[in-house]
Design a protein around this ligand. Structure first.
Ligand SMILES: NC(=O)c1ccc[n+]([C@@H]2O[C@H](COP(=O)([O-])OP(=O)(O)OC[C@H]3O[C@@H](n4cnc5c(N)ncnc54)[C@H](OP(=O)(O)O)[C@@H]3O)[C@@H](O)[C@H]2O)c1
Ligand SMILES: C[C@@H]1O[C@H](OP(=O)(O)OP(=O)(O)OC[C@H]2O[C@@H](n3cnc4c(=O)[nH]c(N)nc43)[C@H](O)[C@@H]2O)[C@@H](O)[C@H](O)[C@@H]1O
Length: 314
């Protein structure tokens, strides 16, 4: 029986990152409390403060957010800005008010300026204009990351840090094309083409944009490592794979895994976002961690998860 090592408050426990954090083996070493948004709506500052004051966790892992792919962000900039700002502000200020010693906040690689030199280093935040397609979301992510930094400056006994993950995919991702990111969208579209015997699949843009995608269980590994060894963690640290692929390559690799050999057509009227979004893994390497899962293995595992979902065409 593992000795309980104290209480962890996990926000976003029903989301892709949150569920992979809960399912990771290291979670069993802790008393993890993961209220759903129905149990604790983080937009309610007072309810959030009351919950944390009563729980008195040793650390907060903040993985809740209004999250979506490029199309979802274009459609709802107000909601992406305001909700992520409110959730982040409420959880950080509630932890600060209760004197919670540690908080691990999740940023996103879209925080970086659209023209910043790749690989993107943590010092590049705020050094240029943001990508218009997800500016609202990025502004909220930057503001909450800075809030974490300021709390520690004023109250050195409180250590609130931010991990900046690259794009993510994996079990418990969103496969609905209205909300999904690239990899789950490809899995859904190519699988559907396969079962319906379609000869073509559409790619948004010309397919030359480059992205770095990490398997969400690998981020869960990094998160639990950070929980167990918090002090050596930098104030802000990218979490990435260290290599990117073109959008076209992601479609080709996924089609091989899924077993579909049709052709791709490009809809250049669709938004393409940043040309490249590769995060630097220099600080991550110095911290002593790297993700373990290859892209092919990650896509295969995610496809197997997708096939287990209700309503997926066979
Ligand atoms: N997915 C990516 O590619 C990616 C990349 C980089 C960083 N991140 C970051 O990683 C974190 C998690 O992302 P994800 O992909 O796991 O998102 P997700 O699957 O959309 O999950 C979002 C979670 O936030 C919760 N939530 C939303 N509104 C809430 C509210 N008002 N009160 C309480 N909980 C609320 C949701 O709970 P309900 O379901 O109950 O609403 C859900 O559990 C986010 O901070 C995101 O910015 C994600
Ligand atoms: C990590 C996330 O990155 C997000 O930007 P971003 O990488 O462009 O988000 P994605 O939606 O993953 O798009 C990545 C790239 O894939 C292209 N793409 C091609 N086909 C498709 C498709 O069928 N669906 C989707 N979704 N993309 C597709 C898309 O044009 C873009 O260049 C931000 O909007 C979020 O806020 C968040 O930060």
């Amino acid at each position: 029986m593992n000795r309980q090592r104290g209480t962890v408050l996990l926000t976003g426990g029903s989301g892709m990152v949150g569920r992979n954090v809960l399912e990771f083996p290291a979670a069993s070493h802790w008393n993890v409390v993961a209220p759903s948004s129905r149990e604790l709506d983080l937009r309610d500052a007072r309810a959030t403060a009351d919950f944390i004051r009563k729980l008195q966790p040793e650390i907060v892992i903040h993985a809740a957010g209004r999250v979506g792919g490029i199309q979802a962000n274009i459609a709802a900039p107000v909601d992406f800005l305001v909700t992520n700002l409110d959730l982040g502000r409420n959880i950080v200020m509630a932890a600060r008010e209760a004197g919670v010693p540690r908080l691990l906040n999740l940023g996103s690689s879209c925080m970086y300026p659209r023209e910043a030199h790749n690989p993107l280093t943590e010092s590049a935040v705020l050094q240029g204009e943001l990508e218009p397609t997800n500016e609202g979301y990025a502004l909220a992510k930057i503001a909450v990351a800075r809030l974490c930094q300021y709390v520690g400056r004023e109250r050195p006994e409180l250590s609130y840090k931010t991990l900046i993950p690259c794009n993510l995919y994996g079990p418990h991702d969103k496969f609905d094309p209205k909300h999904s990111h690239l990899v789950p969208a490809i899995i859904h579209k190519v699988h559907t083409a396969k079962v319906q015997g379609r000869a073509e699949v559409e790619i948004w843009g010309d397919g030359s944009a480059r992205r770095e995608f990490m398997f969400a269980p690998d981020l869960a590994d990094a998160i639990w490592r950070a929980v167990g060894a918090f002090d050596p963690l930098p104030q802000m640290m990218n979490v990435g794979v260290g290599r990117d692929h073109s959008v076209n390559d992601y479609y080709r690799i996924a089609a091989e895994v899924i077993g579909w050999d049709g052709r791709f057509v490009h809809d250049t009227s669709k938004p393409a976002g940043m040309k490249q979004k590769l995060v630097s893994t220099e600080l991550q390497a110095a911290w002593g961690w790297a993700p373990a899962t290859s892209l092919e293995d990650g896509i295969r595992a995610t496809y197997n998860h997708y096939l287990s979902l209700d309503g997926v065409a066979r």
